[in-house]
Each structure stands twice: as C-alpha cells, then as structure tokens.
Design a protein around this ligand. Structure first.
Ligand code: FNR
Length: 187
C-alpha cells in the first residue's frame, strides 16, 4: 500500500526548538505508515499584497509541498498566549489561492495540532487560536486528541535534547489517531 504523506509545520524557526524536536519524535512514530516531511519555510517573505504576484519562488515551493500532503500536523509554540507570527505569516500565504481556478491548498486537509512549552500552559491557548484560524480556512481538524506538553524541561536531557518520557504514550496515541483520521477522510 502506498504510504500516506504527512507534512509537519513547526511554528518556531529556532534551531533547537522543542516543537521541532517533538516533530522529529513524531516522525519516528509514523515512519512505517507515513512519509513525514518537516516543512522548511524560513525563507518565505513577510506577506504583502504588493509582492503576491508573481508568487515568490519560496512560496510556490512551500505551497506545492503542502498541496501534496495527505495531512498536516502542526507543532506550535505559545508566544504571549498565541501561536507565533511566523506561523501566521505562513498560513496567510497558504490561504491565498494560486489562481482563479484553484482552491486554496489548506481547504479540506486533515490537520492535527500539538505543542510543547517549558511553561505550564502546554500551548493550549495558542492551539485554540490556531484551531480557530485553520477551521476558518476549512481544514479538516482532528479536535481530539490534541497534545499539550507543559514543563518541557522535565523531558529535556543535559544536552538540551528532548527525550520524551511521560508524554510518549500521548504522542503515540495522537500519531495513531491522526493516521486513522486521515485514512477515514481519504476513502
Ligand atoms: C514565550 N514563551 C511562552 N510560553 C508559554 O507557555 N506561554 C506564553 O504565552 C509564552 N510567551 C512567549 C512569548 C515570546 C515572545 C517568547 C519568545 C516565548 C516561552 C516559549 O514557550 C519557549 O520559548 C519555547 O521554547 C518556544 O518554543 P520552541 O522554540 O522551543 O519550539
């Protein structure tokens, strides 16, 4: 059977981002069933209608990758009880149709939402805002389970690498649920 394709969108550009490391852990969990591509979007410009057409190359590339996905898995940090500005900028670009004949690329795509933070909130408030946005864009959101991981430092080793312990079964549960969710929307 052909592998599913999951595209992971991490809302932090930080090299050692805990959310990026969480995505890397999730990748290992779905590896047998799904191809898992981490979207690199650090090079897209700030959205500005003056530069929307012709579409910047970096935006075209990112759109094509998103378009090819069977599901999008968001890993969001929480900035001031919101998701990050870079993620909003990316989604604003993706929300714009490529041409008059084509729907925007997020429409109907299955979406899962996770996040990790050193603080207590576990990114839950940021996730709520993100879900409002992606629902407005008619993504097919898996509302349950979502994954919020607070107190990240308890699962970080001395080299600042994420080593999930308590949260492992919850991430696995979400990974399995998302695969089933995507498959149920596909057929
Ligand atoms: C934060 N951080 C933070 N954490 C939190 O739990 N709730 C919050 O509202 C905020 N607000 C906030 C604002 C700004 C501007 C920054 C830079 C940070 C802390 C944040 O969770 C922490 O830096 C994470 O490590 C960011 O995620 P990555 O980069 O590790 O994925």
């Amino acid at each position: 059977m052909e592998k599913l394709k999951i595209v992971a969108i991490v809302g932090s550009l930080r090299k050692d981002s805990y959310n990026r490391q969480l995505a890397a852990t999730a990748k290992k969990m779905v590896n047998d069933i799904a191809e898992f591509e981490l979207l690199d979007y650090a090079d897209i410009p700030l959205f500005n209608e003056d530069i929307e057409f012709p579409t910047p190359k970096s935006v075209k590339r990112v759109r094509e990758i998103v378009k090819s996905a069977d599901g999008i898995w968001f890993f969001t940090p929480e900035y001031n009880h919101f998701f990050s500005g870079v993620l909003k900028n990316l989604i604003d670009w993706l929300s714009r149709p490529i041409s008059k004949n084509e729907a925007q690329v997020l429409k109907g795509k299955p979406a899962a939402v996770s996040g990790i933070t050193p603080g207590m909130s576990g990114t839950g408030i940021a996730q709520d805002h993100l879900v409002t946005l992606i629902s407005f864009l008619n993504m097919n959101v898996m509302n349950s389970p979502r994954l919020t991981i607070p107190n990240a430092l308890q699962q970080i080793n001395k080299d600042n690498r994420l080593e999930l312990t308590d949260s492992t079964p919850y991430l696995q549960k979400q990974a399995d649920a998302f695969i089933n969710f995507i498959q149920s929307k596909r057929f």
